[in-house]
Unconditional design. Structure first.
Length: 277
């Protein structure tokens, strides 16, 4: 009798959970049946509406339902692309990239294939780390952006990819500057010079070049190489006359040749103007 009562209590205790599970299963089955009976264009419109309302999971469910129920239709193809965009919109970049890779493989001639490549590049670009951290992701993003530029050079996607490439290069240059400054603080001037030279040689269009040149002047001065310091300072003053960095370089080397011609003192212009010819 005691065992019977205990078993009865156990069953009664589990019963509410079983009822909830049954209700959940029944609701899911009703939802699936509702989806099957809904036209794909209606599901697509619902997904787009949910996407605009930022109800991303609902939007994804709608797009995935179209893929599942109408696999060979145009609606399914469009839904695949919008499902990837939904993942991108909610910062699920890895999922978005996987979906876009599948879309590109399955539909290489699709009218929106350029956008698929562009969205994949954006998903890589959004994962770029802070300049103080490892920059392998920046290089991956740059490769994806370059792929867009190479494949679709005349599209708006390529134009935006070029802008983002410039920002990515600036990011990489910033990383080199962080490492160079660290070496310089440690008095490892040769190592610092290598980093600053790389900024000047490989990232010529970035905003970091004037500082890199001024840091070179500092490093050459610290190594007792005044001629090298003056040479770099002169180039700095000639190419970036409005920069604060060339004035710092002038203070270090005390050489008017690092100043722009119009700012050099009159005594220097009278006696040494031939040096700038």
């Amino acid at each position: 009798m005691i065992r019977y009562k205990l078993a009865l209590l156990l069953v009664l205790g589990l019963l509410p959970g079983c009822i909830q599970q049954w209700d959940g299963t029944t609701a899911a089955l009703r939802r699936q049946e509702q989806i099957r009976s809904t036209a794909p264009e209606e599901l697509y419109a619902a997904g787009m509406s949910q996407l605009r309302a930022r109800r991303y999971q609902q939007a994804l469910d709608s797009f995935e339902a179209i893929e599942r129920e109408c696999q060979d239709s145009t609606w399914a193809t469009n839904a695949r692309l919008m499902a990837a965009y939904t993942d991108y919109s909610r910062n699920r970049y890895t999922e978005a990239i996987g979906a876009l890779d599948r879309f590109i493989q399955l539909h290489p001639a699709h009218r929106d294939i350029a956008y698929a490549y562009y969205l994949r590049a954006l998903s890589q670009y959004e994962q770029i780390n802070d300049a103080s951290r490892d920059q392998r992701q920046t290089e991956v993003a740059m490769q994806a952006l370059q792929d867009v530029i190479n494949r679709f050079p005349e599209t708006p996607y390529a134009r935006d990819a070029r802008l983002k490439m410039d920002l990515a290069r600036d990011h990489l240059a910033g990383r080199e500057m962080i490492i160079g400054r660290y070496y310089q603080r440690q008095r490892l001037y040769v190592a610092a010079i290598g980093r600053y030279r790389r900024v000047i040689d490989e990232y010529q269009t970035t905003n970091h070049v004037p500082e890199a040149m001024q840091r070179l002047v500092e490093s050459y001065t610290a190594l007792g190489l005044p001629d090298e310091a003056r040479r770099v300072g002169a180039v700095l003053g000639h190419n970036y006359p409005g920069s604060i960095w060339y004035r710092d370089a002038y203070r270090l080397v005390g050489d008017p040749s690092v100043l722009p011609p119009e700012e050099r003192p009159s005594w220097w212009r009278r006696n040494f103007s031939w040096l700038s010819r």
